[in-house]
Design a protein around this ligand. Structure first.
Ligand code: NDP
Length: 291
C-alpha cells in the first residue's frame, strides 16, 4: 500500500474540540447554549442509532439537545405542527428531521417546512439555491466534511480535475457545487454514465457516493489521486465503502478508509452548522477560521 490514509476520525475529533471551545464562548455571550432539535418518527433501528449518536455529540459539545420522538402512526399535520413550533422556538438554532419518514408522510413537505435559517442539514431548496448561487446558507454536512478533508490534505484545490460519482441531493449534487466553489474542474457521473472507468482515471480527486460495495476499482484510479469514499455498505465482511480499498490504496496518493473516514465528519459538521446558526441568529461574531 502506498497511499496515505486520511484519518477522518481524528480530524472530526479535533473539529469537535474547536467547536466545544466556541460553544462555551457563545453561551457566555448569549446567555444560553446553541440548541439543536432532532425529530425521530417511528422506530427504524438505524435511525434510532443515528439520533442517539447525534444527541451524545450535541451534549459533549456543550449544546442543548431537544429530542422529539413521535410514533410511526403520527399524522403529517401533527409532524408539520411540531416543525412549526420548533421554527418559532427562540432556543432552537437547528432543526433536523431524521430520514427516512414513514411512507404516509411526504418527506419533501416536511423538509421544506423547516425554516431555511434553522436547516442545519442543508436539505431545504432555499439552501441548495444559496449554495448554487454563492450565497451564505447551510451546506449539507457530509459533502462539506469531504471538502474539509480535501483542503486539509491538498490545500488549494484550484484547477484540479474532480469526479463525483453519484448525483443525490444529499451528497453528489452539493459535493459537485462545493468543488466548483473550490475552482475544481468537476465531472458528475451517475448510473447512466458511459465508460465510468475512463472518466475516473483522469481525476486528481475522486469522490464516490454511490452505495455499491467496492464498485470503483483500484485500476481505474490515477496514480497519486486523492480518493474520498462516502459509501457505507453493510456486507457479510462488515462495513465497506464504494471503493475497492486495497486496490485503490496501492495507487492513490491518499484515501479515506471505511469506517473512520468520511463517516465521523458528518456529525462534526452538523455541530458546526448548529454553532454557526446560533451565532447568526444571535448576531454574535464567530471565529470562522477555527471551523
Ligand atoms: P443515493 O442512492 O441517493 O444516490 C446514489 C447515486 O449513485 C445516484 O446518483 C445513482 O445514479 C448513482 N449510481 C447508482 N449506481 C451507479 C452506477 N452503477 N454507476 C454510477 N453511478 C451509480 O445515495 P446517497 O447519495 O444518499 O448515498 C450514497 C452512499 O453514501 C451510500 O452508501 C450512503 O450510505 C452513503 N452515505 C454516507 C454518509 C456518511 O455520513 N458517510 C452520509 C450519506 C450517505 P442515478 O441518479 O442515475 O440513480
Amino acid at each position: 500500500m502506498s497511499a496515505d490514509i486520511i484519518d477522518g476520525k481524528a480530524f472530526a475529533l479535533a473539529l469537535r474540540g474547536r467547536i466545544a471551545d466556541q460553544v462555551t464562548a457563545f453561551a457566555a455571550a448569549a446567555g444560553r447554549p446553541p440548541g439543536l432539535a432532532v425529530v425521530l418518527v417511528g422506530d427504524d433501528p438505524a435511525s434510532a442509532v443515528y439520533v442517539r449518536s447525534k444527541g451524545k455529540a450535541v451534549k459533549e459539545a456543550g449544546m442543548e439537545g431537544f429530542e422529539h420522538r413521535l410514533p410511526a402512526t403520527v399524522s403529517q399535520d401533527d409532524l408539520l405542527a411540531l416543525v412549526d413550533a420548533l421554527n418559532a422556538d427562540v432556543n432552537v438554532d437547528g432543526i433536523l428531521v431524521q430520514l427516512p419518514l414513514p411512507s404516509h408522510i411526504d418527506e419533501r413537505a416536511v423538509t421544506t417546512r423547516i425554516d431555511p435559517d434553522k436547516d442545519v442539514d442543508g436539505f431545504h431548496p432555499v439552501n441548495a439555491g444559496r449554495l448554487a448561487t454563492g450565497l451564505e446558507g447551510f451546506v449539507p454536512c457530509t459533502p462539506l466534511g469531504c471538502v474539509m478533508l480535501l483542503r486539509d490534505r491538498l490545500g488549494d484545490l484550484t484547477g484540479l480535475d474532480a469526479v463525483v460519482i453519484g448525483r443525490s441531493n444529499i451528497v453528489g449534487k452539493p459535493m459537485a457545487q462545493l468543488l466548483i466553489r473550490e475552482s475544481c474542474t468537476v465531472t458528475v457521473a451517475h448510473s447512466r454514465t458511459k465508460d465510468l472507468s475512463s472518466i475516473v482515471c483522469r481525476a486528481d480527486i475522486v469522490v464516490a457516493a454511490v452505495g455499491r460495495p467496492e464498485m470503483i476499482r483500484g485500476e481505474w484510479i490515477k496514480p497519486g489521486a486523492t480518493v474520498i469514499d462516502v459509501g457505507i455498505n453493510r456486507t457479510e465482511d462488515g462495513l465497506v465503502g464504494d471503493v475497492d480499498f486495497a486496490g485503490a490504496a496501492s495507487v492513490a496518493g491518499a484515501i479515506t478508509p471505511v469506517p473512520g473516514g468520511v463517516g465521523p465528519m458528518t456529525i462534526a459538521v452538523l455541530l458546526r452548522n448548529t454553532l454557526l446558526s446560533a451565532h447568526r441568529r444571535a448576531q454574535i461574531p464567530y471565529d470562522r477560521d477555527a471551523l
